[in-house]
Write a protein that binds this ligand. Structure first.
Ligand code: SF4
Ligand code: SF4
Length: 466
């Protein structure tokens, strides 16, 4: 087993970040913990990326969990997931049973069990304190796979993405970072809707994107194609300005958003109904109701499931968080947690109830989970060009390490962490020539593609085993 410092250095060198939140993993590995949890509890309907990885990459994921335990000094590891498929369960159990300090936790099936504080409480009985995670660090299973690869010298260049909804062939694919939404939909057989729009993410937590050239990043878990008239599209089509007006004029302070808020229920200070009240005066004020938005985990329960007035506390919290982060505001470290609320269990949302309320049952029925998990990913997709954002993580954008006209090899670092800043390196998924550098690095490999067509086929990289 490598030394802790070597594991942290490998994660930094390979550009590993949290597959959900984009937090640079080398920073989290530098903290100490008693328990590390591998989070495979993906519970949002129509998202299968983590399940797919666990069914295909259990050895690397458990090895990544061991590496994270070593780096943080944790004596205990837990691999947590929903027991929804026998193959997936068998793959994980075989690996976990080889270790005495790693337990399997079959998580209860409610939304959002994959939220880190909720999962920590369910798996360990520990509620979050105000300023830390109760001695527990939670890593997504893709992050742990990437950590395992990083220690073997392979950087992060691909993301596991579910493409589902109104597509001919719903599936999970390993997509090169910098490939675009249009590429992904095409590889899922194209859309079946006459008129469609796209959510980046699942039906609860996804955000609307209309630019089909939007690139896949390290945090893109899913692409959901829905008809334009779908209720989840209509809800998200409202702008922030409209949402603020609606909050100021239509919120009748029923506090349902607070009573169901995932982060409130585990004891954090956020109370979305009070935020809605406070923004009537000013979005920029720093009173405690406004700053409590920093605890919002953007789970989407308040807007996708709860608010009957069509208000999105999530969108407003997101805006406040961006504002607080831009001004360098930091959460005071001396507060106390209220502890898990009395109605925590009563507020659980079953996945079935969620599917019904979101109106996605037809798409869930069309997506055969076992078939998707067992599918052969086939050769990795090799696009002719990619546009790789230099900011795919929490922190400062990476500095370009290449210039227009430079040749680039697959896996080459193209973005470096600015000195003394929080950030993550960025690497190229394909070889080619740099055609543009700005907030993104554009790479074109048409010449290599032509050579391949002429018979010089290069070995296909990053295949997933079947
Ligand atoms: S659920 Fe909607 S109406 Fe009720 S307090 Fe929250 S934002 Fe206001
Ligand atoms: S999205 Fe809504 S329910 Fe979820 S943590 Fe944020 S405020 Fe709470």
């Amino acid at each position: 087993m490598p030394e802790p410092d070597d594991i942290i250095a490998a994660a930094r060198a390979a550009g590993v970040v949290g597959a959900r939140d984009g937090m640079p993993t080398h920073v989290e590995l530098g903290e100490s913990a008693e328990i590390v949890i591998a989070n495979g509890c993906e519970c949002e309907p129509l998202v299968f990326s983590d399940k797919y990885l666990m069914a295909h990459h259990a050895p690397e994921i458990i090895a990544g969990l061991e590496l994270a335990m070593t780096a943080t000094g944790a004596q205990r590891g837990i691999v947590a997931y929903l027991n929804v498929d026998p193959q997936l369960d068998a793959m994980i159990r075989v690996e976990a049973d080889k270790r005495t300090n790693i337990d399997v936790f079959h998580a209860p099936g409610f939304y959002p069990i994959d939220e880190r504080h909720t999962l920590t409480y369910e798996a360990t009985g520990r509620a979050p304190t105000h300023s830390d995670g109760a001695g527990v660090i939670v890593f997504n299973v893709e992050t742990l796979l990437n950590l395992s690869n990083a220690v073997a010298g392979t950087p992060v260049t691909h993301r596991t993405v579910t493409i589902t909804g109104e597509v001919a062939d719903p599936k999970v694919m390993r997509m090169p970072l910098g490939a675009n939404i249009s590429d992904a939909i095409e590889r899922a057989g194209g859309t079946t809707a006459k008129s469609f729009r796209v959510l980046l993410g699942g039906p609860v937590s996804g955000f609307l994107v209309d630019d089909m050239s939007t690139p896949i990043t390290k945090t893109t878990a899913a692409i959901l194609v829905l008809p334009t008239y779908h209720v989840q599209i209509q809800k998200r089509a409202r702008s922030l300005a409209v949402m603020l007006l609606r909050a100021r004029s239509a919120c009748f302070q029923c506090r349902e958003c607070t009573d169901h808020c995932t982060r409130y229920l585990v004891g954090l200070g956020i109370e979305p109904h009070k935020i809605m009240r406070a923004i009537c005066y000013s979005l920029d004020s720093l009173n405690t109701s406004i700053t409590s938005a920093i605890d919002c985990g953007e789970c989407g329960v308040c807007d996708s499931f709860v608010c009957k007035m069509g208000i999105s506390p999530r969108l407003i919290c997101r805006q406040i968080k961006a504002h607080l982060q831009a001004m360098g505001w930091e959460k005071p470290p001396n507060g106390k947690s209220a502890g898990v609320r009395d109605d925590y269990v009563a507020r659980h949302i079953s996945i079935d109830e969620l599917v019904e309320r979101l109106r996605v049952r037809d798409y869930v029925a069309a997506a055969d989970l076992h078939a998707i998990l067992c599918a052969d990913a086939g050769p990795s997709f090799q696009p002719q060009s990619i546009t790789v954002p230099l900011l795919q993580h929490i922190g400062a954008p990476s500095l370009p390490a290449v210039a227009p006209g430079d040749p680039v090899e697959p896996d080459q670092m193209i973005g470096e962490i600015p000195e003394d800043k929080l950030g993550a390196r960025v690497h190229a998924a394909i070889g080619g020539t740099v055609t543009g550098v700005g907030r993104e690095v554009e790479i074109d490999n048409s010449a290599a593609g032509a050579a391949e067509d002429a018979g010089g086929a290069e070995a296909v990289r990053h295949n997933l085993p079947t």
